[in-house]
Design a protein around this ligand. Structure first.
Ligand code: DCP
Length: 303
């Protein structure tokens, strides 16, 4: 049984936490800054209204103000000169509490992200067809060129027209997407926070798909779309390949996209990057068939 994993990532999390405390700033351009003295502070979170003006996390507060004169800055509180993240951590825990009702296998991956293994819940619900009306915020990788709804409809039609291996795996993802819509709605209802999600057969693919449509959206990555996605996805976009290792992969193997990399045999990866890294590269990546075991979801945490 292929697993169904959702990665839930909160949208502009620190900004949402601050806006919940001061609702008069909801819908307005906002950012969160740390250490305010130098150049207006360093920006660590940017709301989507401010992103629309071109503000991003690599800027100083002063630069952002030039681009977006109406921007409001929230400042991270400090205790004895150190950032005090208590309110953000607590808000993250609230979200985890909601998510944990949907699965007993939830792994908190960062202050605002969690992997949820939905396999068991999906199994229980496989006899019901996933209805498009219940997938209002769902995008399907490889199917939304004509528009979200058209893509979703054509994917669902193809998924439910047969019963071969791929159909069954896709049906699991469709049911997983349904549960994920419910989870995200529950998070919003109970905490007031919006989030995005990626739904796929393993953690890496779930994480990858989550970033494709944001904010307040979710993205399914079916088996059949993995290769197409990889053939256009720069190597450096993959988690753990953003730094030096990614750089040397690109330079030494002369590859641009992650899809180019899967062609290399283990021996070649090991010759270039050493036995351990070569093996890690081969094992950890890129095809759901590599099939992480359930324990691979990480330290199994119950909240
Ligand atoms: N954060 C931080 N320093 C960084 C990056 C992030 O303190 N260099 C904090 C602020 C973010 C939170 O962690 O709000 C979550 O980071 P994300 O990378 O998930 O980004 P956001 O949630 O802010 O935005 P997005 O909607 O793009 O996920």
């Amino acid at each position: 049984m292929e697993r169904v994993i959702a990665l839930v990532d909160m949208d502009c999390f620190y900004v949402q936490v601050e806006q919940r405390l001061q609702p008069e700033y909801k819908g307005k351009p906002c950012a969160v800054v740390q250490y305010k003295k130098w150049k207006g502070g360093s920006i660590i979170a940017v709301g989507y209204e401010a992103r629309a003006c071109g503000v991003n996390r690599n800027m100083w507060g002063d630069e952002a103000k030039k681009l977006c004169p109406d921007i409001h800055f929230f400042r991270v509180p400090e205790v004895r000169g150190k950032a005090d993240l208590t309110k953000f951590r607590d808000a993250g825990k609230e979200v985890i509490n909601v998510l944990s009702r949907f699965s007993n296998c939830v792994e908190r991956a960062s202050i605002d992200e969690a992997y949820i293994d939905l396999t068991e819940e999906v199994k229980r619900r496989m006899d019901k067809r996933a209805q498009k009306e219940l997938l209002q915020n769902t995008h399907i990788v490889g199917f939304d060129k004509e528009g979200r709804l058209e893509g979703l409809e054509s994917w669902l039609d193809s998924v439910y027209e047969g019963d071969d291996f791929n159909n069954i795996q896709d049906k699991k993802l469709a049911v997983g997407a349904l549960i994920s819509e419910e989870m995200r709605a529950a998070v919003y209802e109970e905490t007031g926070f919006r989030c995005s999600a990626g739904i796929a057969h393993n953690k890496m693919l779930a994480k990858l798909s989550c970033g494709i449509n944001k904010p307040n959206k979710q993205t399914v990555l079916p088996y059949g779309s993995v290769q197409g996605l990889f053939s256009t996805l720069p190597v450096r976009k993959i988690r753990n390949l953003g730094g030096k290792l990614g750089e040397s992969l690109v330079e030494e193997l002369n590859v641009e996209f992650i899809g180019d990399l899967v062609k290399f045999p283990l021996t070649e990866l090991q010759n270039n990057f050493g036995d351990k890294t070569g093996e890690q590269l081969m094992k950890s990546q890129w095809f759901p068939h590599h099939n992480e075991k359930s324990a691979d979801i990480g330290e199994y945490e119950e909240f």
